[in-house]
Design a protein around this ligand. Sequence first.
Ligand SMILES: Cc1ncc(COP(=O)(O)O)c(C=O)c1O
Length: 383
Amino acid sequence: MTPPFDLSLEQMRTHRSAKWSRVPEDVLPAWTAEMDVRTAPAISAALHTAIERCDFGYAGEPTPVIDAFAGYARDVWGWETQGTPGRTRLFADVGQGVKETIRAMTSPGDRVILNPPVYLSFYPWLRDLRVEPLEVPMLDIAGGGRLDLDGMRGALASGARVVLLCSPHNPLGYVYSREELAALAELAAEHDAVVISDEIHAPLVHPGSPRPFVPFLTVSDTARQVGIALHAPSKAWNVAGLKLALGVTAVEGRWPALQSETDWAPSILGQYAAVAAYTDCREWLSGTVTEIEARTQALPALLDEHLPEVRFRPGHASYLAWLDCRELGLGDDPAQAFLERGRVLLSPGPAFGATGAGFARLNIGTSEELVTEAVRRMASALA
Ligand SMILES: Cc1ncc(COP(=O)(O)O)c(C=O)c1O
């Protein structure tokens, strides 16, 4: 097994995280977006420092995290996030950042534009806020995806004032082009709308991607006016349980409508981890993404061997594979058959919104061996 994907199955089975602890012992988990990786040494060291200091109080002064993220964004994406006080703030997680931002900008019954198939928790988040999803499905899903700009224009013209963008796109692994994002920003500005860009998977764009990740707030002056970006170390450095995310705007005073209680929500361990992730873990990340890209590129051949009816187009970001299982004849939710008969847990396609029926999402952020085992188990569900 290749580091950092070299934890043994026995080690993984001891994990108390959601991915491993919320499934029966005989089920292989390939669902929620956690990776099975050995933690980056600098993050482990930072957490040990917190332990040695007995430093487990409430989240502290946010500047070290904000500065560390600013340095990373500048070096990696050429994005200047700083300059105006209050432009970056911390949340416990991206979910909280998205929800509090939408809450501040909508009233119950308003509509929020989503681009399905899209990250399944967006739907319950909107339900909690009593706002309605307005779906503008991605185009050319079989070809990797593309934003339906005409559809977005129509949705904005119909009165929706918030776009919740998933960039890069989960589950397609699609990396938006600068032109697409700039066009979206113009449409949003014409309709007095806001674009909340969930960029949590951005550090996981593959080295072989035909396009680099482009932060929404860098595409144009208009984007800087209409955009709010959310980031976190949680996916790329696999520390979701440490609870720390960042919200970034280019407009002074964008956040005051948010309750000040959100300042108390992040975890101090998340602060330790985030500073380490953004400053000292780039080599670890680069090795990890190279491995993820190899898994992604190898998946079509693996599927051909065991499940030739499943269609998959490798994306260029993150470790989630969107599988078209419609030819298997397993109905709208093939993940159910994979679980019941194959004892492998994928995420259910229909939960990703319109166009999700007949699909399932496979988490390949694990060792090569376990990806192979997951596909074998899926195939055994058909026997
Ligand atoms: C696109 C996207 N946004 C947000 C989240 C959740 O992030 P957090 O745990 O920071 O709320 C995920 C988790 O998989 C995700 O894929």
